[in-house]
Design a protein around this ligand. Sequence first.
Ligand SMILES: [Mg+2]
Length: 183
Amino acid sequence: MKLTPTHMFAHYDDITPAFLQSIGVRALLIDIDNTLAPYEQESPDERLHAWLGSLREARIRVALVSNNHALRVEKFNESLGLPAYADSRKPFKKNMLRAMRELGASPEETAVLGDQLLTDAYAGLRLGLPALIVPPIRDKTNLFFRFKRWCERPFIRRYARRSGWQEWMSFWRIKRPNDPNGK
Ligand SMILES: [Mg+2]
């Protein structure tokens, strides 16, 4: 199962239009919850508006593809007016394909952005799209979520070994790979 992120960032707005262009990406399918805003934040903030504005200027097309319900997605998208898909059941492909169709984007020029490997990364990677991953903005702390993060660890570690360890990767409770005290 392919789960290793293609690229990781500390925050969504570390992903610049220039970076996306450098890897040939002209369309982004973006998760909402914990990628762009915490669950409890109903509407986009200034920071998100600014980042989406910079993508728009660079003519990078954007769609929201969320597993959350329609009310949440519609409310969040109110001031954005983006193509948006709710109840997507990622890693299922259906809404990812629909979103690409609506954007007029081919798989060769599309990437996904999300915070979860089992849903967001897998949904993209199985379609051959690069998976851009950020740590969750404010993770749930219940046992199920802790289990999911534990499942993600080996893939984050693999990415870290390949691309260099970043301080924020300790979110997954992994240690610097070449740390003699680490595992
Ligand atoms: Mg999410």
